[in-house]
Design a protein around this ligand. Sequence first.
Ligand SMILES: C[S@@+](CC[C@H](N)C(=O)[O-])C[C@H]1O[C@@H](n2cnc3c(N)ncnc32)[C@H](O)[C@@H]1O
Length: 279
Amino acid sequence: MFAEMNTICSRPKPFEFYTAEELWTNEHTAQKMLEYHLNEHIDLSSRNHDFINRSSQWITDYCDLGPGKSVIDFGCGPGLYTYLFAKSGADVTGVDFSQNSLAYAENRANENDLNISYFHSNYLDFDTNKKFDLITMIMCDFCVLSPEQRSIMLKKFNKLLKDDGKLILDFYSHNAFEKREEAQSYERNWMDYFWTAEENFVFLNTFKYESDNVTLDKYTVVTESDSFTIYNWLQYFAVDSLRELFDEHGLTVSELYSDVAGTEFAADSDEMALVAGKK
Ligand SMILES: C[S@@+](CC[C@H](N)C(=O)[O-])C[C@H]1O[C@@H](n2cnc3c(N)ncnc32)[C@H](O)[C@@H]1O
């Protein structure tokens, strides 16, 4: 028991383990995630639907989406954005590794006769010869990636973007990092059996890596027959470091906002969004 508690409380190196696939594609959690995506009132898995409507409208207007324009959305989930982008008449592609979410997205696109191609793939491995007018990755998914994975995605964005194309992404800021604190807790059947259908105990250890601007929510889930650990990493960014990172990958940040709905940039915002293009 002491040794097990020691393991539960142990602090890994930043981004030492990547468990996003287990989190999003496990049959039980994928179904829970889809319920959160589709709950229009909450900001879990996807943001609330009022925000998504405003955001997709802003992006559609900003990028003048319509027939002849092509869009790719990485980590599209159940296609809440891709659906709205496609309503403009644009040719839309969505990439996600959750088959559960994609099945919902595909049905909705077919029922509404929309021009959307969905790819069931880890976006780190995804490739195509097509070039796009707009690339999106929404709800700060870039922040869960390790430095190496970020680099893979930025190279991919550069390759897939048309010369005059736009890239729109959002991020957590240093301001959000300041608000995070280290903590340990445990709970029985956390969030109404989020992790497993059977009885479970969930240990949540939150670690803060001050010099890296990284946090980890480490969930250790224990059932009668099994135990597993999920690592939710978040990198928090400063504007200057983002500009540098994009620059190193041949991309120029042209505009900053507080969110992907075009809210004016505020230095004290917990989130920020950027528009970038090829250098
Ligand atoms: C926070 S959700 C955001 C979904 C969508 N962008 C939205 O805002 O409604 C992150 C999505 O990215 C997907 N995802 C996470 N890591 C991925 C990866 N490496 N490859 C493909 N999809 C991934 C998840 O399955 C999930 O649908």
